[in-house]
Design a protein around this ligand. Structure first.
Ligand code: GCB
Length: 601
């Protein structure tokens, strides 16, 4: 009886506990860290390459309590310490290790990173260690103590470390492991380089104790006259005042915190964000203790039958797919300048749309693209045959999806969240992706959901889109390699498409490979002429698809892939780029450019 009573009490307490900010579905990942005071932890980090994970396990394969994360130093000449960060090699952060050190080119395993920094304690502030991305698994230690871990190579994560910081010298150690595993997302099989390392920036972000953690500010679906949203406040209390203002619109609303969030709504008519005029407004959020400023654009996105409507108007998405690979030097993109080079090329190509494949790109990339007026498709690496039956795999994918939406939910440029790429049909796969769709809609009901389907019914005269996943998404993505993986180039212009769904379709991939500077007949593989012919005939095909709402051919620039060994042609590059990794434009670039500049305006 006593036991039942206590169970009941616990139950009642749970029911009565006010919902925290997490009514929103997001964690407390800090929004817009660039508007915060922070200590940059970029630059050279000391590293130890540890393929046997000797810094983590002892010789019985038990986790050590005095691993490399202790950053021990010899104190007397007789001490035995078999590592020393201070005399070790160094790597640049942000950056991948593969292109920084020859011996790490193919390396997949553990590397330990260590950075010293100075901190002055201020009892009025909190401190967060914020990682923009680490590929793939990170275990983070501060001053020798484990503070947390993260799985997934392309999304941000943070740890609140206020109580763990010391006055003066501190050190952070990160165990980074990029070993591919079957159960991971992506799995062991991927057509891009598995760049390891602390690939994006690291910051120590400072906030007031009661601070604005997160916010969502946008137009509701289909409504261009109301800006609404919420602001989540950490360590505040019910009734705390929050002020939201948009000076250019002469709007200023006061609201109050309840259960961790302050909701608001304002009637106004902003100039809408669109590719020709990527207008954003300065939005200021204030509490008694905190202030955040962001640049936010407003637009609506919907579908109507087979059309995509931006701000209520039919738009054709003239796009290109992009990997987050640096021009001229390869490796991961690490700077704003590199993002801009890629985006300038997409502009020159005549694009109003980019597919950021196959994982969330950096916040810098998204923000730069938004400023330049690109509509964005953003995706998680649910790629090919991952373990659809595995609950942990689902949890991992769901977490990456949540982190992606959490970071970018205020970016008007993003209109499509993509759940998956070329996944094989099965019951398990269907419910896995349907659950992701449901999660995405719960977190954000204002954008469109898509997935790139693998419909390559080569050899037939008509491709019928009937993948059951088509039912769950708003926009159907189709990856089609007519003229490259199957079917002659001539057959493409005659290929017909039909769909069981009355929905817009984006040709999310189409293309073929060419080595820049290699010339020959249009039926000779790897020549620029062959690739140009693939584009020519596929464009003819696309002209005849009346439910086509856009395309993002594969791909802007050649990119590294260890699936591509062909000597003197590929040399570890996927050659489907319209531009070589050295920035040279191939003939196909101009074929697509003509199509974009002269049609579908
Ligand atoms: C695809 C994949 C993409 C590959 C591309 C190719 O369908 O989605 O990741 O790189 O084909 O080049 O084969």
């Amino acid at each position: 009886m006593k036991l039942i009573k206590s169970i009941l009490i616990v139950f009642v307490i749970i029911l009565n506990t006010p919902l925290t900010a997490q009514e929103t579905g997001f964690s407390d990942l800090l929004q817009n860290i660039d508007s915060r005071e922070k200590i940059e932890l970029n630059g050279m980090w000391d590293i130890i390459v540890d393929p046997l994970e000797n810094g983590y396990y002892n010789h019985r394969l038990q986790v050590k309590d005095d691993g490399y994360f202790k950053n021990k130093k010899m104190e007397s000449p007789s001490d035995l310490i078999e590592y020393n960060f201070d005399t070790s090699s160094q790597l640049m952060v942000p950056g991948d290790w593969n292109t920084q050190m020859d011996k790490l080119y193919y390396y997949e395993g553990t590397v330990w990173y260590k950075k010293d920094f100075n901190y002055t304690i201020d009892s009025n502030e909190l401190a967060f260690l914020y990682f923009e991305a680490v590929n793939y698994e990170a275990i983070v230690y501060l001053n020798g103590e484990r503070i947390g871990s993260h799985v997934g190579g392309y999304t941000p994560f943070q740890f609140e470390v206020t109580d763990k910081l010391k006055e003066g010298n501190n050190f952070v150690v990160v165990k980074v492991d990029n070993k591919r595993k079957k159960e991971n997302v992506p799995t062991v099989n991927q057509d891009w380089w598995n760049y390891g390392g602390i690939t994006r920036s690291v910051h120590l972000v400072k906030t007031p104790i009661s601070h604005i953690a997160d916010y969502s500010i946008q137009l509701p679906k289909g409504n261009t006259k109301t800006i609404e949203g919420w602001v989540s406040v950490k360590n505040g209390k019910d009734g705390d005042a929050v002020n939201v203002s948009i000076p250019e619109l002469k709007k200023n609303v006061n609201t109050v915190v309840q259960n961790g969030i302050a909701k608001f709504s304002m009637k106004t008519k902003p100039v809408l964000w669109e590719p020709e005029n990527p207008k954003t407004y300065e939005v200021i959020l204030k509490t008694a203790t905190d202030k955040i400023t962001d640049q936010i654009g407003f637009r609506t996105i919907e579908t109507k039958g087979t059309k995509i409507l931006l701000n209520g108007k039919d738009i054709f998405l003239k796009g290109i797919s992009i990997h987050e690979e640096a021009p001229f030097k390869t490796g991961r993109v690490v700077s704003k300048e590199e993002c801009k080079i890629l985006l300038d090329w997409a502009k020159e190509l005549g694009c109003n749309f980019i597919r950021l494949a196959h994982y969330p790109h950096s916040e810098t990339m998204v923000r730069e693209a938004e400023k330049m007026g690109f509509i964005i498709w953003s995706e998680i690496p649910v790629y090919w045959t991952i373990q659809f039956e595995n609950k942990d795999t689902y949890a991992n994918a769901k977490n990456q999806l949540t982190e992606m939406i959490s970071r970018d939910k205020n970016r008007a440029a993003i209109v499509l969240w993509s759940m998956a790429n070329e996944t094989p049909e099965s019951e398990a796969r269907l419910s896995f992706i349907e659950n992701l769709v449901e999660q995405a809609r719960e977190l954000d009901n204002t954008r469109l959901i898509t997935a790139a389907l693998d419909t390559q019914g080569y050899g037939k005269d008509e491709n019928l889109i009937e993948d059951p996943l088509g039912k769950a998404v708003d926009v159907i993505g189709i990856n089609n390699y007519c003229g490259w993986y199957a079917g002659s180039t001539e057959s493409c212009s005659k290929l017909k498409w039909a769909s069981t769904y009355n929905k817009p379709m984006i040709m999310s991939e189409v293309g073929g490979g060419a080595l820049y500077g290699l010339h020959g007949e249009k039926n000779e593989r790897w020549t620029e002429e062959y690739q140009a012919e693939v584009y020519r005939t596929n464009i003819e095909m696309m002209r005849n698809i009346d439910f086509l709402a856009g395309l993002s051919p594969w791909i802007l620039m050649d990119f590294r892939s260890s699936r591509r060994p062909l000597k003197r042609i590929q040399d570890d590059f996927n050659r489907k780029g319209l531009i070589s990794e050295q920035g040279m434009k191939k003939q196909a670039f101009f074929i697509l450019r003509d199509y974009y500049l002269n049609e579908n305006n």
